[in-house]
Design a protein around this ligand. Structure first.
Ligand code: IVH
Length: 701
């Protein structure tokens, strides 16, 4: 047997095994034997690509070559569906259609699968292309990835030229399992559709092949019109016989139930028969079933059965006039995508942001929504001018969820510009995300300073993003270390910054010198070192900057990698970040300014300050210097005091601000010491108290 013969034999044999497995769930050989035969065929195909069959079973395994998803033009109209949100609207669609036709009609009803729209093109019975919907005219060629889906026939039992539309999706259980196994929080998908969309666009088809995607096919377009069946039911049964996976949950509507039953049976299909009048029952039943289905559906699709009528009704720019989608839920909010702006974060991460028409959502008006990254835009095939649905994820950040209607301006999928919009350095790709690699990029620098000063970090109250922007532009603040070295007198001329705010700023800066080392560590904005990992580092012996830098300078990857939850990659990133000359200079300067670079220093200061030890404090009223007033509680706790929410006989002090009624009265009744804000300020020894209100009355605790 020569090579070609062996390859032909292996191809045939593996095809039989795959067919049996994917269509009937039956394994004719052991996994080992199957793998051995597959590996042999892969090896032979690599050596002799000229003998590889276009529908080779090895395509199911995928390859490690990089996919680039070229844009290709559709040869059929790939449109979306008109929408209805009530059973009346569906019934109205039925009656309008019947009236327009002036004769009897029947309708197929299918589940609207919440997945990725796909068109499979077959030439001479061989799958030649699988193309995403795109803008309806031009989509992306994702064939290599789609070929890994067992339910997609690589070849047909007849030499047909046909285009088949279907929905690629992932079962809920598979989604849960895969998402749980994903270690990287940022890579977790929001829902099965997102994960399926990401998989369809994986660069390596071998990786796509590891995700158990599947497909339901629901429309067929024969290039030879004579072969086209006369109605939808026969399209479905024909597709089924050709080996396509058809959703078994089919329903069919006619003027009476028996007629509907007869038509389903005539096409050799299984399905539920309904009379038009039963539409509300049907929708109720499906709504109830929805949760129990193994896959996500977001509605029901009603389609005119008769193909000649479909042809007469035709299409609008957006949708066929012969079908309607009933949606279970109206989108939270719909908006038009007016444009996309590009933000540069403190780490250089480039984030595209959707500029949308003002839209009310959850009590506020939204004008912008996150688009995460380029990959997300591609998954949605999002273009300027599209109508999109917006939601608030976790009730905070508005995000673009899906495309509801494609634009009719011919815009295709948006692409990020090649250069950083701030400093014009070419953007680089790291793990599917886009970054500006320029450490001195003004947006990054401003972001780093604002992050360092933010409430959760060094908590320099008056140094918010707006002030940072002003001071940066004036050339006063150009790095984190500048915060402690800058000449702020120059800032008094700036709009919106006066003597008073400079004074407050200086006070905030001085106070920030007391932050513990662990906070300093997470405030530097080093990749992979957030609050949690800074704590872990400190707990694992890296309790001073000197120790960290020492390990970095020894290039001691293991020292970091061996910390639970860190690993090789994090270790590498820590070493690379702390090797940067700019960061080293920042650290040096901060240390000179008196910032804690050692937990030993934290401890020294703590012990100096335990002036409220053994005392029990309650708080009432509002304060000039503590807003929110929980800040005052923190000051008490830092100095060893205990805080309580009501005045009792155990309470030793009541810190009383403006206002405050019943607690003050109770304190007076119980003889609890009442402390004013000024007195408190003096006791904790802040600048302002020393400068002001020197009335000679020193408060003693
Ligand atoms: S029929 C011209 N049937 O829903 C025919 N679409 O919002 C139009 N979809 O782009 C499509 N399940 O991706 C049809 N049973 C079904 C469907 C279905 C899901 C998707 C499809 C379409 C989108 C429209």
């Amino acid at each position: 047997m020569n090579i070609k013969e062996e390859m032909d034999r292996l191809t045939e044999e593996l095809k039989v095994y795959q067919d049996k497995y994917y269509k009937e769930g039956i394994s004719l050989v052991s996994d080992n034997e199957y793998d051995r035969l597959t590996d042999r065929l892969i090896a032979l195909e690599q050596e002799h690509p000229e003998f590889q069959h276009p529908d080779s079973p090895t395509k199911r395994v995928g390859s490690d070559l990089t996919n680039d998803f070229p844009e290709v033009r559709h040869t059929i109209p790939v449109l979306s569906l008109d929408k209805a949100y009530s059973d009346e609207a569906v019934l109205d669609f039925f009656s309008r259609s019947i009236q327009k036709e002036g004769g009897s009609l029947s309708f197929a009803a299918e589940e609207k699968i919440d997945g990725i729209s796909m068109v499979l093109y077959y030439e001479n019975g061989i799958l030649t292309r699988a193309v995403t919907r795109g803008n309806g005219e031009v989509g992306n060629d994702v064939t290599a990835n789609i070929m890994t889906i067992g339910a997609v026939p690589l070849s047909l039992p007849e030499n047909l030229d046909i285009a088949v539309r279907g929905e690629v999706y992932l079962n809920k259980a598979d989604f849960e399992r895969l998402n749980e196994a994903e270690p990287d929080e940022a890579k977790k998908a929001a829902n099965p559709r997102n994960l399926a969309a990401g998989t369809v666009r994986r660069q390596k088809s071998s990786e796509a092949g590891r995700v158990p995607l599947t497909i339901f096919c629901y429309e067929g377009f024969w290039s030879n019109k004579e072969e086209t069946p006369s109605d939808h039911l026969h399209i479905l049964s024909r597709l089924k016989r050709l080996g396509f996976r058809i959703n078994p949950h089919l329903a069919f509507f006619d003027s009476d139930k028996e007629k509907a039953e007869r038509k389903i049976a005539a096409a050799g299909l299984d399905g539920e028969a309904y009379a038009f009048s039963e539409i509300d029952e049907f929708i109720k039943k499906k709504t109830a079933e929805r949760k129990g289905l193994p896959y996500e559906i977001d509605g029901l699709v009603f389609k005119i059965n008769e193909l000649d009528v479909r042809e007469r009704f035709g299409y609008t720019e957006h949708h066929p006039r012969w079908a309607i989608a009933y949606k279970f839920e109206a989108p939270q909010a719909e908006a038009k995508l007016k444009g996309i702006t590009v933000q540069v974060g403190r780490t250089g991460r480039i984030t595209p942001v959707a500029e949308i028409s003002p839209t009310k959502l959850g009590g506020s008006t939204i004008r912008r929504a996150t688009l995460h990254n380029q990959e997300y835009i591609e998954e949605l095939e999002l273009a300027i001018g599209d109508t999109v649905s917006i939601s608030k994820r976790g009730d905070v950040i508005p995000a673009v969820e899906n495309v509801i209607e494609k634009n009719n301006e011919g815009n295709t999928t948006y692409h990020l510009p090649p250069d950083c919009p701030c400093c014009h350095t070419p953007i680089v790709q790291i793990g599917g995300l886009q970054y500006c690699p320029n450490y001195d990029c003004p947006d990054q620098v401003k972001g780093r300073i604002a992050y360092f000063a933010s409430t959760d970090q060094m908590d320099i109250e008056t140094l918010g993003p707006k002030t940072v922007e002003l001071l940066y532009n004036a050339g006063i603040l150009r790095s984190i270390e500048d915060i402690y070295n800058a000449d702020y007198t120059r800032a008094s001329d700036l709009p919106g910054i006066g003597e008073k705010s400079i004074k407050l700023l200086l006070k905030g800066i001085k106070e920030s010198l007391e932050r513990p080392f662990v906070t300093v560590l997470s405030s530097l904005g080093v990749a992979d070192i957030g609050k949690k990992s800074a704590e872990i580092l400190v707990k694992n012996g890296f309790d001073s900057m000197a120790k960290i830098l020492n390990a970095v300078d020894r290039n001691d990857k293991e020292a970091f990698a061996s910390i639970p939850g860190f690993g090789e990659l994090t270790a590498e990133r820590i070493i690379s970040s702390f090797s940067s000359q700019s960061l080293r200079k920042t650290i040096e300067e901060l240390e000179k300014a008196g910032i804690h670079m050692d937990v030993a220093k934290d401890a020294k200061e703590e012990s100096k300050e335990q002036i409220f030890s053994g005392e029990v404090w309650c708080i009432t009223g509002s304060f000039k210097n503590f807003n929110p007033r929980t800040k005052a509680l923190k000051e008490i706790e830092k100095r060893g005091g205990r805080t309580v929410s009501s005045v009792t006989s155990k309470t030793t002090h009541l810190l009383a601000g403006e206002g405050g009624g019943s607690k003050r009265a109770e304190a007076e009744r119980l003889g609890v010491k009442i402390v004013t804000e000024d007195e408190f300020m003096k006791a904790i020894g802040t600048e302002e108290a020393k400068e002001e209100g020197e009335d000679g009355q020193l408060f003693l605790f």
